[in-house]
Ligand binder design. Structure first.
Ligand code: ATP
Ligand code: MG
Length: 263
């Protein structure tokens, strides 16, 4: 059985004047250990779907289950990495990574062991006593990933985690994430609006439509890793997904033109 099952999920935001149907009839099954990207233009409901799986904002209709249990809120089986590095500025790198374990009242020796392992895994050893303000964006995002890994959730939810990074740092962290995913066997649900990023990373890419957010294409990527973005197969898929995303982008742009005309 799939680990995560999204069953006929709908999400409506009630705003003054009109209801926004952010998600409609979403059906998805994600297996344990799969790396799935949600891809689509701004406003298509990627974060809404991810937040529903996280349990931060539940669906208006339908349900999401993890290991057969309906999601009713956040839980230790799901960890979230956000785009903006959600680190505590007054804590060092090591303290930031230890924080979740301290909340869970784990033994000091166990916390130290886990923190040291994660500092190693993410090549953060030389930075353990630094504060977030003294780190580059890429380093901060490594700490954010380590913080989530500390809780050892089987599922990692990531909302455009590398969106704010420059191209080289981004590729570097994508490679790190693939290495960690390989080593630890987590399930990853990763939101992006970069077509190239989704092809580089995912086992499967779920392309979403713009308003209402539905599944436009559920695309298996069966190229071996590491993937070569200059290869013909990579570029064929990039072109094909680009066409799908552009159609939705265009609908978004038309929508905004209509709204502007009403103003
Ligand atoms: N709290 C809210 N209240 C009202 N509308 C909302 C709310 N959150 C999201 N929406 C609307 O729902 C739709 C989906 O938003 P969502 O943030 O999930 O999109 P997204 O795909 O993550 O976009 P982006 O790539 O810009 O992050 C958008 O039209 C957005 O305006
Ligand atoms: Mg979003």
């Amino acid at each position: 059985m799939a680990q995560i099952i999204v069953n006929n999920v709908q999400k409506v935001f009630k705003t003054p004047g009109k209801d926004v149907i952010a998600l409609k009839d979403i059906n998805l099954e994600i297996k344990a250990g799969e790396f799935v990207c949600l891809l689509g233009p701004s406003g298509c409901g990627k974060s809404t779907l991810l937040n529903a799986v996280a349990g931060f904002a539940l669906p208006s209709a339908g349900e999401i289950t993890v290991e057969g249990k309906k999601i009713t809120g956040p839980g230790p089986d799901r960890g979230m990495v956000f785009q903006e590095y959600a680190l505590f500025p007054w804590m060092t790198v090591a303290q930031n990574i230890a924080f979740g374990l301290e909340i869970q009242k784990k033994e000091k020796a166990e916390i130290d062991l886990t923190v040291n392992q994660l500092l190693d895994l993410l090549h953060l050893n030389d930075f353990r006593d630094r504060f977030p303000k003294d780190l580059s964006g890429g380093m901060r995002q490594r700490v954010a990933i380590a913080r989530v890994l500390a809780l050892d959730s089987p599922i990692m939810l990531m909302d455009e985690p590398f969106g704010a990074l420059d191209a080289l740092t981004r590729r570097n962290l994508q490679d790190e994430l693939l290495r960690i995913w390989n080593k630890l066997g987590k399930t990853i649900l990763f939101v992006t609006h970069s077509i190239e990023e989704s092809i580089y990373l995912a086992d499967r890419i779920v392309v979403m439509t713009y308003r209402p957010g539905t599944v436009k294409r559920d695309q298996v990527v069966d190229m071996p890793r590491p993937r070569d973005p200059s290869s013909a197969a990579f570029n064929d898929l990039k072109r094909e997904l680009g066409r799908l995303v552009m159609e939705e982008q265009q609908r978004h742009a038309n929508d905004e033109m209509k709204l502007a005309a009403v103003d």
